[in-house]
Design a protein around this ligand. Structure first.
Ligand code: IVH
Length: 711
């Protein structure tokens, strides 16, 4: 075969494969069998192997991903990638529309209304019809070059037809369909990998993978919603642009409406409020955009968002269902939590069949009974909750529920007699060896915020305890690789072992966890009332885990009377201890280390040779400040808007440098770190005269802190 013939064949096969790809992913009516597709794909692969000089980066064969990369290159946007201002009520939306009428001096402002897809914004750049690169929004000015990852997304065309303009930048949302997201989480759960909270997190996590072959296995989708740089073509409106790109096979948003009056807009927003619930992906609002490019340009933009667009955010959806039963879950600390078992309903795109009822008081207060019709809601990332009972629908068969009575006073996991500690609303299991408690403690121990032991998910944790391989989290360090590999995750009848590869992965991550910083270890131990922030504050004030056992600070904290402030206590004042650590935390830490369980933990750690050390030890902020002025010490930061890295990461880096991070702006805030799309917090900070900084300034501040002060 000559080079010319090969080129022709490669071209023919590529065009044909991409055509089928489009039919399958965009138009949903493929007319070729999987086998025929595979044969064609393989022929192309073989040709490209024989004539590597003819292989294009946009060949359909590249959709399966390529070699892993070290990290993402940064790429600047030609035009800033802005955010949209949110509105939360019809009144606010009315204000927005009336403002457009005023600014444009027009009665009938033509706008486009479409679903706001809850995914990750990406800009696709086509140069002379070829996908040249794809960039995340990043900080709006520059983002990560994720081209390799984007090439694997089935409905993103790699090549456009000949009539494509010289340069075409299409902006849109990468997302995951609800159904595919659920399937992904299920298989991760089975494999012992951490599950994703929601489709958006799964998408963001996937796009950050450095191995595009892994990305290719994840079910990502793309829908275009805006334009960036355009050379060699001009468009007059949003609608023209959509028409242009959909002609090129780029998927566009649907449904979409065009209206030119306030009443029309309000009507559509209400209609979409219902319709969006049937869409196969998560939407969190309606986007309203001025249709005409000329109008858009005359309206312009603020530093964070265009004046020609707004996002109407819908309140969380509530659905009616019936409580079929109430079951009990035994948590890490032995608390018995009642859970409503529901007739499955689709709420905000996912099927809900269980909801927490918290405790007996909550059941009594809401008067929840088995058989009741109830309203359930899934707000954001929180587990579904029962909002209220619909008493008017209560039938004769409804039954009151009492936890103690339902379990005949015994722990459903280990049958120990349950008790209600004084002043406590919950029933608890007293047995330190209760298997349900152990499994849940292990789950916390390995969780992302604790020691982040990849490979030990809920099922693995439960099976390890159930099969008697371990009784407590620290036993994980003594399970042999072979034993782990043989762990049966299935049933006796149909066994399914964990396998050598996963076992090895667990052992490697466990070895790494040994050197995790003190705050993660404190959190991992699962001491009641000691959350992530308290653990961090404890590691700021204590250098080693062993110090927590005989800590002057904690002893003094325990003696504080109600109403007495740490700031007024001469011993405690210099430590400037944050609100997260008070008498309750001090007492719980004390109780833990005095308990047989805590003593065992310390002993086991000693045996394994682990002595967790703080990585943010800075007990006396004032002394340190005088010695070496660290701009973070004793300062409280609030983070808002979209930033270039995940908020959790930025939060951690502020904390590592000695600062504190709080959720809301108040008089006590020292700095507001404002990213793209900062809204009410920014306004509040400005009104309080609080210093507002950007990511650049934060980095500068971090650079001034010498590594010595971090110790
Ligand atoms: S239009 C100036 N349309 O929401 C930005 N954005 O919160 C104009 N988004 O950054 C964007 N669905 O990533 C637009 N139908 C839609 C959208 C949409 C989701 C995202 C987009 C934007 C973010 C702002």
């Amino acid at each position: 075969m000559t080079l010319i013939e090969a080129r022709e064949d490669i071209q023919r096969l590529s065009i044909e494969l991409e055509r089928h790809n489009r039919l399958y992913y965009v138009e949903g009516n493929s007319d070729i069998s999987d086998r025929d597709y595979d044969v064609m794909f393989r022929s192309l692969e073989l040709l490209e192997e024989r004539f590597p000089e003819l292989a294009s980066p946009n060949s359909p064969t590249r959709r399966v991903g390529g070699e892993p990369i070290e990290g993402f290159e940064q790429r600047e946007h030609f035009l800033r990638m802005l955010s949209i201002d949110d509105v939360f009520s019809e009144e606010e939306l009315t204000d927005v529309y009336q403002r457009l009428q005023r600014l444009l001096n027009l009665n009938n402002v033509k706008v486009v209304i479409e679903p706001k897809i809850d995914g990750v914004a990406v800009a696709l750049h086509y140069q002379r019809g070829e996908l040249a690169f794809a960039v995340t929004r990043g900080d709006g000015v520059a983002g990560d070059d994720i081209t390799e990852n984007v090439r694997t997304i089935g409905n993103v065309p790699l090549r456009l037809p000949d009539e494509a303009p010289e340069w075409l930048e299409v902006r849109g949302e990468v997302f995951m369909r609800n159904e595919l997201f659920a399937a992904l989480n299920q298989s991760r759960e089975e494999e012992g990998l951490p599950t994703f909270k929601n489709p958006r997190n799964a998408t963001a996590g996937t796009l950050k993978l450095l191995n595009s072959r892994e990305v290719a296995k994840r079910p990502l989708d793309f829908i275009a919603h805006g334009m960036g740089r355009l050379d060699g073509v001009s468009v007059e409106s949003v609608l023209d642009f959509q028409h242009l790109i959909s002609g090129f096979g780029i998927p566009i948003n649907s449904p979409i409406w065009v209206r030119d009056s306030l009443s029309g807009v309000l009507e559509v927003v209400r209609e979409l409020g219902v319709k969006r619930l049937d869409l196969p992906y998560e939407t969190d609002g309606a986007v309203i955009k001025v249709a005409s490019r000329e109008h858009q340009q005359s309206l312009g933009e603020t530093s964070r968002a265009p004046r020609w667009a707004a996002a109407f955010k819908y309140p969380p959806e509530q659905k009616e269902t019936v409580i079929r039963d109430i079951t009990i879950q035994v948590g890490r600390t032995g608390v018995l939590t009642p859970v409503a078992e529901l007739d499955p309903v689709l709420v905000s795109g996912t099927t809900v069949s269980r909801a927490t009822l918290h405790n007996q008081d909550e059941i009594d207060r809401k008067d929840v009974r088995i058989g009741d019709a109830v309203l359930v809601e899934k707000a954001g990332e929180i587990i579904p909750a029962v909002v209220k009972v619909l008493p008017e629908k209560r039938g004769d068969g409804s039954q009151k529920y009492d936890i103690h009575e339902a379990v005949s006073g015994k722990c459903p996991s280990c049958a120990s007699e349950i008790f209600r500690p004084k002043g406590f609303v919950a029933w608890k299991c007293p047995n330190p060896g209760c298997p349900a408690k152990s499994a849940n403690r292990i789950k916390q121990f390995v969780s992302r915020k604790a020691l982040d032991v990849e490979g030990v998910g809920n099922i693995v944790a439960e099976k390890l305890v159930e099969r008697g391989l371990i009784h407590e989290a620290l036993d994980l360090f003594s399970v042999g690789m072979e034993e782990l590999a043989q762990l049966n995750l299935g049933t006796e009848e149909s066994p399914r072992v964990l396998g050598a590869k996963k076992a090895e992965n667990i052992v490697t991550t466990l070895a790494r966890a040994k050197t995790a910083p003190l705050n993660r270890w404190i959190y991992a131990l699962g001491i009641p009332q000691v959350g992530e922030s308290a653990a961090r504050e404890l590691s700021r004030t204590h250098e080693r885990l062993s110090q927590l056992k005989r800590s002057e600070i904690l002893e003094e904290l325990k003696t504080l009377k109600t109403g007495e402030r740490k700031e007024d206590n001469p011993l405690l004042a210099p430590y400037q201890i944050a609100g997260e650590v008070g008498p309750t935390v001090a007492r719980n830490v004390g109780l833990f280390f005095e308990s047989p369980e805590g003593e065992r933990a310390l002993r086991r750690l000693g045996e394994i040779g682990i002595n967790p050390a703080s990585d943010n030890y800075a007990p006396l902020p004032a002394v340190i400040a005088a010695d070496n002025p660290n701009p973070f010490t004793g300062k409280t930061f609030v983070i808002t808007g979209t930033l270039s890295s995940p908020r959790s990461q930025i939060k951690e880096s502020i904390q590592v440098h000695g600062g504190k991070v709080s959720g809301s702006v108040s008089q006590n805030t020292d700095f507001l770190l404002a990213g793209e799309g900062s809204g009410s917090k920014l306004d509040k900070a400005e009104s309080l005269g609080i210093k507002v900084i950007g990511e650049d300034e934060l980095e500068e501040m971090q650079a001034t802190v010498g590594s010595a002060t971090l110790k």
